[in-house]
Design a protein around this ligand. Structure first.
Ligand SMILES: Nc1ncnc2c1ncn2[C@@H]1O[C@H](COP(=O)(O)OP(=O)(O)OP(=O)(O)O)[C@@H](O)[C@H]1O
Ligand SMILES: [Mg+2]
Length: 363
C-alpha cells in the first residue's frame, strides 16, 4: 500500500528499533481514525516505510459498527412493535369502554322497560276486567231504570210522583249518558297504558331474540312513542314511511339508534319545528331517515359528530355519546349513517342497513 504522510514522523524515535513494527494512529482520507502497523527498513542512505491498516482492528471496528447497527434496528423494531401493541391496547380499551357504556345504557333501558311493564301490567289486568264487569252491571241498572220509567208513565199514581221526584233529583238523563261515556273513556285510557307497555316492550325487545327479521317502520313507531314526551311540544312529526321488507337486525339496538336521532332532532329545534320520518328500500339495502328543521351544523361540527364524547351541548345536557354509539351499532350491522346538514336550515340523518344482515357486501 502506498502511504502519503502529511506532517512529520519522528523517524529518529524509530531508528533504534527499526526492525520492530510500530503502531501509528493516523486519520485516513475519509476522516475515519485508523491504526497503521508501520515498519521502517533502512535502504542505503534512505529509509523504506512499510505500513498497512491494522486488519484485525478494522474488522473489529466494522463488526462493532455492524453489531451496533443491528442492535439499533432491533431496538427500532421492538419500539415500533410496542408502539403498535400500545395503540391496539388503547383502541381495545376505548372500544370496551364504549361497549360498557352502551350495555349500561341498554341494561338501564331494559330494566326500566321490564319494571314498567311489570308494574303496569298487573293493575291493568284487574282494572280492565273490573271495568268489563262494571259495564255489564251499569247496563242492567239502566235496564231496571228504564222499566221503572215505563211503569211510571203507564200508571201516573202517587208512587209515580215520588219516582218522578227522585229522577229529577239524580238527573237520571245525565247519569245514563255519562256513566256510559266515563266507562268508555276509562277503557280508552287503559288501552293507552297497554299501548305504552307494548311500545316499551317493542322498543327494548326484552322478549325477543337478539337477531331477528324486523320491521324497521314498527321499530321507529314504538321508539317515537317512547320519546314522544320529549318531542310533542317542539315538533310536528310527519311520517313518510315506505314499504320495507323485514330487515335482519338487532332491533333493540336499532331502536336505540332511532332514539338518539329523534332526541338529537328535537334538541336541535329551538321553538317550534318539524321532524320528518321516512324510509325506503334500494336494492339489497333498506334506509330510515330522521330529518329536522333545527339549527343545523357547520362543516367543522359535522366532521366530529361521531367521535365519542363530542358534544356542543351545555354540561349536563349532552354526553356526546349518542351518535358514537349509533355509529358503532350501525357498523356492527354492516350498515352506515349518511348525514346532510345546513346551518340554520336543518339536518337529515339517514341510516342504511343491509336487508339480509351484516354479511351483505357494501352498496
Ligand atoms: N340533528 C342535529 N342537528 C344539529 N346538530 C346535531 C344533530 N345531531 C347531532 N348534532 C351535533 O352532534 C353532536 C353530537 O351528538 P351526540 O348525539 O353524539 O351527542 P349529544 O346529543 O351532544 O349528547 P348525548 O346524545 O350523549 O346526550 C351534538 O352535540 C350536536 O352538536
Ligand atoms: Mg344526542
Amino acid at each position: 500500500m502506498l502511504l502519503n504522510f502529511n506532517g512529520e514522523v519522528a523517524l529518529s524515535e524509530w531508528l533504534a528499533e527499526e526492525e520492530r513494527p510500530r503502531l501509528l494512529n493516523v486519520r485516513t482520507a475519509s476522516g475515519v481514525p485508523q491504526t497503521l502497523e508501520v515498519m521502517i527498513e533502512p535502504v542505503g542512505n534512505d529509509y523504506l516505510l512499510f505500513g498497512e491498516l491494522n486488519a484485525v482492528e478494522q474488522e473489529h471496528l466494522s463488526r462493532e459498527v455492524l453489531e451496533l447497527n443491528h442492535e439499533l434496528s432491533n431496538l427500532t423494531r421492538e419500539f415500533a412493535q410496542s408502539n403498535a401493541e400500545l395503540q391496539l391496547v388503547n383502541s381495545k380499551l376505548e372500544q370496551s369502554q364504549l361497549q360498557l357504556l352502551q350495555s349500561e345504557k341498554m341494561a338501564a333501558i331494559g330494566q326500566l322497560a321490564a319494571g314498567v311493564a311489570h308494574e303496569i301490567n298487573n293493575p291493568i289486568g284487574f282494572v280492565n276486567s273490573n271495568l268489563g264487569a262494571l259495564k255489564g252491571y251499569v247496563e242492567e241498572f239502566i235496564f231496571l231504570i228504564d222499566a221503572y220509567e215505563r211503569y211510571a208513565d203507564a200508571n201516573g199514581t202517587a208512587t209515580d210522583q215520588a219516582l218522578q221526584a227522585v229522577r229529577e233529583k239524580v238527573d237520571i238523563a245525565f247519569l245514563r249518558d255519562d256513566v256510559v261515556a266515563l266507562l268508555g273513556e276509562s277503557r280508552d285510557g287503559l288501552e293507552r297504558v297497554r299501548k305504552i307497555v307494548q311500545d316499551l316492550r317493542d322498543f327494548s325487545r326484552i322478549d325477543s331474540p337478539d337477531w331477528q327479521e324486523a320491521d324497521l317502520n314498527a321499530g321507529m313507531e314504538s321508539t317515537l312513542n317512547v320519546v314522544w314526551a320529549e318531542l310533542k311540544y317542539k315538533a310536528e312529526v310527519v311520517k313518510r314511511y315506505g314499504e320495507l321488507p323485514p330487515v335482519r337486525c338487532h332491533l333493540g339496538q336499532i331502536n336505540q339508534v332511532f332514539m338518539n336521532l329523534l332526541l338529537n332532532a328535537a334538541q336541535a329545534i329551538e321553538g317550534q319545528g318539524k321532524i320528518t320520518l321516512s324510509s325506503g328500500v334500494e336494492g339489497l339495502w333498506a334506509w330510515v331517515s330522521v330529518e329536522d328543521t333545527g339549527n343545523g351544523m357547520t362543516p367543522a361540527v359535522m366532521k366530529r359528530i361521531f367521535e365519542p364524547f363530542f358534544t356542543t351541548k351545555p354540561v349536563g345536557k349532552g354526553t356526546g355519546l349518542g351518535l358514537s354509539l349509533a355509529y358503532d351499532m350501525v357498523k356492527k350491522h354492516g350498515g352506515r349513517i349518511d348525514v346532510t346538514s345546513e346551518p340554520g336550515q336543518g339536518t337529515c340523518f339517514q341510516v342504511w342497513l343491509p336487508v339480509a344482515g351484516p354479511e351483505t357486501p357494501p352498496a
